[in-house]
Design a binder for this molecule. Structure first.
Ligand code: NAD
Length: 269
């Protein structure tokens, strides 16, 4: 197994999002928390949208942490499965000049075989992962058009956007939808100068499902996970967040409809 190199060797990027307003749904915890933090570090005004203000790991809410470090941030309690909540969220961004970057990242995970699908679980997971992204895209794009400002939208997809896993048909179907919401919206919104892309994280150590971060560490310690990931380790939110900054930036001005894998090479198998 090759050694994993963590020290930057090829230089670093210094993103600057001063005067930009970024909404991050699911920004209280996990991947969204790190995305919000990195945009805050890059000078953006960050609006954290989540059901919960408190993070699952750590004790300072994301927006407070950004403010403590000298940034500007706010929290808007939002249930992304409710379109009205998304409208309120996007309106709240007007106070900061309006949303420039909309990140539809909130997600839910429910396991279960196709043979035993519970209709209520089906609705719950589709309402958050698919409907939340669909209306997050729609409401943000309309607001950008109303303000006459271009913008960009980034959705959180998954390995599950392409690949099936046992007992994950519900989750897979929502993430497959995210992929096509991204592509379809990219097609329609290009003429309005709104780019729409997705990031597909691999196995990232968060508490997405309870005990997941420890499970990933345990699998990695047993080599079970490492065998599937060419770069030799599970990912972290810190590995994933820069992809969102790249896609939001002018460096990606000719990129739309893309699904960017950030998975340590997992999907190449
Ligand atoms: P997480 O549980 O740490 O974060 C998800 C956040 O979404 C939480 O803060 C939660 O409160 C919020 N949320 C859930 N339902 C919501 C709702 N209805 N409205 C608003 N907020 C809601 O998990 P994570 O791993 O950071 O997941 C973030 C995204 O990354 C999800 O879309 C997930 O599908 C995706 N993803 C995660 C992994 C992974 O390995 N962790 C891999 C691929 C994709």
């Amino acid at each position: 197994m090759r050694a994993v190199r963590r020290t930057p060797r090829y230089g670093t990027l210094n993103p600057d999002f001063t005067d930009e307003t970024v909404i991050v749904t699911g920004g209280a915890s996990g991947i969204g928390r790190e995305i919000a933090q990195q945009f805050g570090d890059a000078g953006a005004t960050v609006i954290v949208a989540d059901l919960d203000e408190e993070p699952k790991i750590g004790d300072t809410p994301t927006h407070e942490r950004i403010e403590e470090e000298g940034g500007e941030a706010a929290f808007v309690r939002t249930d992304v499965s409710e379109r009205d909540d998304i409208v309120t969220l996007v309106e709240a961004a007007r106070e900061y000049g309006g949303v420039d970057v909309m990140i539809n990242n909130a997600g839910l995970f429910i396991e279960g075989s196709i043979l035993e699908l519970d209709p209520e679980d089906f609705e719950a997971i589709h309402n958050v992962n698919a409907k939340g992204v669909y209306f997050g895209t729609q409401v943000a794009a309309n607001d950008m058009l109303d303000r006459g400002e271009p913008g960009t939208i980034i959705n959180t997809a998954s390995m599950s956007s392409h690949y099936a896993q046992y007992d994950q048909v519900q989750y897979d179907s929502t993430k497959g939808a995210v992929r096509m919401i991204t592509r379809g919206s990219a097609l329609e919104l290009a003429e309005h100068d709104i780019r729409v892309n997705a990031v597909a994280p691999g196995q990232i150590a968060t508490e997405f499902a309870e005990g997941w971060s420890e499970e990933a560490a345990e699998k990695a310690a047993n080599d079970e996970l490492i065998k599937m990931i060419p770069l030799g380790r599970a990912g972290t939110p810190e590995d994933v967040a820069p992809a969102y900054l790249y896609l939001a930036s002018d460096a990606a001005q000719y990129v739309t409809g893309e699904l960017l894998w950030v998975d340590g090479g997992w999907q190449v198998f």
